[in-house]
Design a protein around this ligand. Structure first.
Ligand SMILES: [Zn+2]
Length: 159
């Protein structure tokens, strides 16, 4: 897909070229008109025809002027459309970012784990806690309970 920027750049270039061509045509027409004005005095019949040609030239110039103005308007509209497109991009809803789950060590629901016959109690996420065989696993609801049962805190709980 062509980006809006490319379209803008290409239309700008096209308008510059058209304008340059039109300016060249205008300068040629002006020169012709000047030449015609000089010739007017020579022959009345020729002069009348030349006046007609001159009027036609002016008509053409007016039409090209109008066409250029329309082209300018079109370009302005294209620019506005670009700005609008940019705004739409800006207001595009941001993707929902999942918030990180922060593990709370001191949460009320945290339980402590120890092995029957072991010396220390652990946080459930501690590798030692995970290694405890299910049949040996004891769960304490609080540190106090674990301490009262003769267990000591593992390093995993002191951090
Ligand atoms: Zn531990």
């Amino acid at each position: 897909m062509i980006s809006p920027y490319t379209i803008d750049r290409k239309t700008s270039r096209a308008f510059r070229l058209v304008k340059a061509d039109m300016n060249r045509i205008f300068s040629i027409l002006e020169q012709i008109q000047k030449d015609l004005a000089k010739m007017k005095g020579t022959d009345i019949e020729v002069a009348d025809q030349l006046i007609g040609i001159s009027k036609n030239i002016q008509k053409v110039r007016h039409e090209t002027d109008t066409a250029l103005k329309e082209a300018e308007t079109a370009k302005e509209e294209a620019k506005e459309a670009l700005v609008e497109a940019e705004d739409i991009k800006k207001y595009k809803p941001k993707p929902i970012v999942k918030t990180k789950v922060v593990y709370k060590k001191s949460s009320k629901s945290t339980k402590f784990v120890a092995a029957r016959g072991g010396k220390k109690f652990h946080h459930p996420s501690c590798p030692f806690a995970k290694n405890i065989l299910p049949k040996k696993k004891i769960i304490f609801k609080s540190k106090e309970t674990a301490l009262n049962n003769g267990y000591k805190e593992c390093k995993c709980l002191l951090r």
